[in-house]
Design a protein around this ligand. Structure first.
Ligand SMILES: C[S@@+](CC[C@H](N)C(=O)[O-])C[C@H]1O[C@@H](n2cnc3c(N)ncnc32)[C@H](O)[C@@H]1O
Length: 224
């Protein structure tokens, strides 16, 4: 038995389990495993799920937060799930974010992103698109996440991974990278789990280096 055969066998097992337990995707098990290991959800939490179709993560989030608010956004429609609100839209578009703010109405305890670009043949391009989607997911968190909130983001591994990790490390107290068992062993995707959101950090200010916690240098290189 080769490693590849074993990996495929394991994925097939998750696929059959999802069918049997009425989850919409194998991805449901990834989120369950992440939550079991890192403690993402608490009863009553409000959750925003980006890239939510067909709805496997929404099912798990709803089960785990009980009466908490859960909303999912995706380019594709999501079949209704009891107690869950959905939006069809592009997370990179302002109008989608405006709709999210109106429909969600308040701040979230958890922001999830399982967004993935349409993969083509060129891995570098797919990786760059994945990183691009992550930066939008982080921007959503900057607008909607509560202080001390949590975030889980999927990213395709590659040489720009540090952009996502650095962005998260600036904003959260702890940042961990993890590949759950339900992820294909041949896949390059990983999940970044960020906990303890430090508060709103407008992207433009951050890029301008206007950060009170940073050491600031004058033009002459003297410490100020
Ligand atoms: C791996 S699937 C998500 C599976 C989902 N977590 C589940 O458990 O059912 C990735 C999703 O990201 C969505 N997506 C990609 N780019 C997006 C964007 N710009 N805005 C919203 N959704 C996006 C895709 O349409 C796709 O449904």
């Amino acid at each position: 038995m080769t490693g590849r055969w074993l990996a495929e066998h394991r994925q097939e097992r998750y696929y059959r389990l999802a069918k049997r337990l009425d989850y919409r995707s194998r991805a449901s098990f990834k989120l369950m495993q992440i939550d079991d290991r890192f403690g993402i959800f608490e009863e009553g939490d409000s959750v925003v799920d980006l890239g939510a179709s067909p709805g496997g993560w929404l099912q798990v989030a709803k089960e785990r937060v009980g009466d908490g608010k859960v909303i999912g956004v995706d380019l594709r429609p999501i079949r209704p799930i009891e107690g869950v609100t959905t939006i069809i839209g592009d997370v990179t578009k302002k109008e989608t974010m405006d709709e999210l703010r109106v429909k969600f109405g308040g701040k979230a305890d958890v922001v999830l992103s399982d967004m993935a670009p349409n993969v083509g043949g060129n891995y570098s391009t797919d990786h760059a698109r994945s990183v691009h989607l992550c930066t939008f997911a982080i921007d959503v968190a900057d607008h909607i996440l509560k202080k001390e909130g949590k975030m889980v983001v999927k990213v395709f591994m590659g040489d720009m991974f540090h952009i996502v990790r650095d962005d998260l490390e600036k904003r959260f107290q702890s940042v961990r990278t993890h590949a759950p068992d339900a992820t294909r062993s041949t896949s390059s995707e990983v999940y970044v789990i960020a906990k303890g959101y430090k508060g709103h950090r407008p992207r433009r200010m951050a890029e301008a280096g206007d950060d009170k916690n940073r050491t600031v240098f004058t033009k002459k290189g003297e410490l100020t």
